[in-house]
Design a protein around this ligand. Structure first.
Ligand code: IPM
Ligand code: MN
Length: 365
């Protein structure tokens, strides 16, 4: 039995709807396995900006500081793009400040496509015939996202803007260890993704990867791959990948591409792991166009609960139970709107609530 405090930040757009379904699943798990989870809700992102003029206000910080773990929905909406100070916008002032506060540097994004769901992929069947089970590991607290930013005038009087990509040795070392450990645990090869033919940061990064490999994980198979080639290979031959490591912005881009491989960004949960605190959140945005319509796919939020149980609480059986239930419901053809262009002829469109209830029933048996 475990007893844990979970800070819940539903966020914006579809956030509150998919969070509600995730909580339903946590309740099902606590009933079935006899755990106790306490929830403390807090505003975050645009919702918090509207109330407090700050996307990550003090009240929310306090609740997150004192929780064991954080479950967070997506944030942002077009109306916040016009906030003058970029540091008060939901993305930079909310999400990035939040990741930095708890040094949640290791981002895990699983790309799971079991045999029973191959038709979800927009790729030809033969390209994904063995199914996909890729873990994208993205460095989350460094790189161009957190490097110095400038805007100003050139000597000739032209306006200019600059974002600097920066990494320090300990930052690369710590994410390297996380990635090698994941590959070792899965008995898998590690692909290190980089752009060392152009970027000094990548040359530096690769040297550290090689050193950590030789000195700490000599038995893990390692392959270096240029990021442009990796983008291509993901489409041409995705089954070659098991664990992929990359810096922050490359990870932002390739993880969305990888979600495309399995048919929907709605199928991509994520874990942001720090030394003391971790957050679990969907990799997608807040989908304002379908907010409040009971149409959003709660899979990514429910999958984030599975990641939370596994990575924060070491409850592997409970996590596996959630994955099994998610795949069972989808295999039976119950799809939310985002999956409806799937060629399966036996599909039934379900709402956000219905999908959550089906997963809950599958868990409770
Ligand atoms: C993600 C999102 C964020 C990012 C945004 C909301 C800042 O796109 O988690 O992938 O770019 O990291
Ligand atoms: Mn992204």
């Amino acid at each position: 039995m475990v007893e844990k405090n979970i800070a819940v930040l539903p966020g914006d757009g579809i956030g509150s709807e998919i969070t509600r379904e995730a909580i339903k699943i946590i309740d099902a798990i606590s009933d079935k396995y006899d755990h106790i989870f306490h929830f403390q809700y807090a505003d975050f992102g645009g919702a918090a900006y509207d109330k407090y003029g700050n996307p990550f206000p003090e009240q929310t910080k306090k609740i997150c500081d004192t929780s064991d773990v954080i479950l967070k929905g997506p944030v942002g909406a077009p109306k916040y793009d016009s906030i003058k100070d970029p540091n008060l916008r939901p993305e930079r002032g909310g999400v990035l400040q939040f990741r930095a506060r708890y040094n949640m540097f290791a981002n895990f994004r699983p790309v799971k496509l079991p045999q029973s769901l191959l038709s979800f992929s927009p790729l030809k069947l033969e390209r994904v015939s063995s199914g996909l089970d890729i873990m994208i590991i993205r460095e989350l607290c460094g790189g161009i996202y957190f490097g110095k930013k400038y805007t100003g005038k050139t000597e000739e009087g032209h306006s200019y803007a600059s974002d600097v990509m920066e990494y320090a040795e300990p930052q690369v070392e710590q994410i390297a260890r996380v990635a090698f450990a994941e590959a070792e645990k899965k008995h898998s090869k590690l692909h290190n993704i980089h752009k060392s033919n152009v970027l000094a940061c990548s040359v530096f990064w690769n040297d550290i990867i090689d050193r950590v490999h030789v000195t700490e994980f000599p038995d893990v198979l390692l392959e270096h791959m240029l990021v442009d080639n990796a983008a291509y290979q993901l489409v041409i031959n995705p089954c070659q990948f098991q664990v992929m490591l990359m810096e922050n912005m490359m990870g932002d881009i390739l993880s969305d591409e990888a979600a495309g491989l399995i048919g929907s960004l709605g199928l991509m949960p994520s874990a942001c792991i720090g030394p003391k605190k971790s957050c679990f959140e969907p990799a997608h945005g807040s989908a304002p166009s379908i907010a409040g319509k009971n149409q959003a796919n709660p899979y990514s939020m429910i999958g984030s609960v599975a990641l939370m149980l596994e990575k924060a609480f070491s409850l592997q059986n409970e996590a596996d139970d959630i994955w099994r239930a998610l795949f069972e419901v989808l295999s039976e053809g119950y799809y939310t709107m985002d999956l409806m262009d799937n060629p399966n002829t036996n599909k039934t469109v379900v709402s956000t609530r219905e999908f959550g209830s089906l997963v809950r029933e599958s868990i409770l048996g």
